[in-house]
Design a protein around this ligand. Structure first.
Ligand code: GUN
Length: 299
């Protein structure tokens, strides 16, 4: 293996220490404790573990943390009522509804119901639109974390070719937009590949940075990348493994061994993108609380 491992845990720990200091300062100076509410509907195992991690991280940062768990058969109206109550709750500055939602509940309706000034996921149309036009907003957490990880790898993406694999609203589309923005840690030439792209390797072989967010193991292999490329692996896939106590192991969307042999730097799974996603959520929640304390809602 020749690639440097981009340590998401270490970067997350350093950033969370800064956030915790910001939380303490806001409490001391303005008497405001940042409050984060997370709504989980149903018991999807991956979602349960994400929500548990988010709740723990927000408490550790000194935030007021509220977790609302609703049964899988909760109605759309119940979820919408919870969101609206949190919109009106002055102790809550950030609201996150864990996706995916069970069938029968419209993710669009639920996301649209979140007040944009509390939308710490950066998923509402107001925040997505502001991100696209380069206005101040809550940046979506995984894409924002990815930008920080690329910086940590020592790569200036300006003028470089970045290939993103996957066009989800949570990762693929926003990370492509962020990397293409004018400004620092951006200004890349971006290609967005997806399931309709006939020959993804033809693009990844010319890429200086590959962000793979396809939700499928082995989407990216070493023969698909240029020597020295930076690989950011967003995938979190559970692969059955009888030798593990839980009966599965986690793997990303990139084949780690073959990519690490060719890349200059690569994020591991776990310990790469995941910890930064949660960190940027805390970052946005602190910012939301600061905004509320300055009565600058709407940003
Ligand atoms: N499901 C997978 N990733 C995310 C995320 O970043 N935010 C929310 N709300 N749901 C998710």
């Amino acid at each position: 293996m020749s690639a440097t491992i981009i340590d998401g845990k270490k970067l997350a720990a350093a950033t969370r220490a800064e956030i915790a200091a910001g939380v303490a300062a806001l409490k001391a100076e303005k008497g405001v404790t940042p409050g984060l509410a997370v709504i989980l509907v149903g018991d999807n195992p991956a979602s349960v573990s994400y929500v548990t991690a988010k709740e723990k991280a927000s408490r550790e940062a000194g935030m007021h943390s509220v977790e609302i768990r609703l049964p899988a058969d909760a109605t759309e109206d119940e979820v919408l009522a919870r969101v609206r109550a949190l919109n009106d709750d002055p102790a809550i500055h950030g609201i996150l509804v864990q996706l995916p939602l069970p069938k029968g509940i419209s993710e669009k309706k639920v996301i649209y119901a979140i007040a944009p000034e509390k939308d710490v996921d950066g998923f509402t149309p107001v925040n997505v639109g502001k991100m696209l036009i380069g206005d101040d907003c809550f940046l979506p957490c995984t894409p924002h974390g990815i930008v920080k990880l690329i910086e940590t790898a020592g790569m200036d993406v300006s003028g470089k070719h970045a290939v993103v694999i996957g066009r989800s609203n949570i990762v693929g589309k926003p990370v492509a937009a962020l990397l293409a923005r004018k400004g620092p840690s951006a200004n890349a030439t971006v290609t967005l590949c997806h399931t309709g792209t006939p020959d993804i390797a033809a693009y990844t072989r010319t890429a200086d940075v590959v962000v793979v967010a396809a939700g499928r193991p082995n989407t990216l292999t070493g023969d698909m990348i240029k020597p020295g490329a930076v690989v950011i692996d967003v995938g979190v896939n559970r692969v059955p493994d009888a030798t593990k106590p839980r009966g599965y192991r986690l793997c990303g969307d990139a084949d780690f061994a073959s990519c690490a042999a060719v890349a200059s730097a690569i994020t591991p799974v776990p310990g790469g993108v995941g910890p930064m996603t949660i960190t940027m959520l805390l970052w946005n929640t602190l910012q939301a609380a600061r905004n509320s304390s300055c009565a600058q809602v709407g940003m």
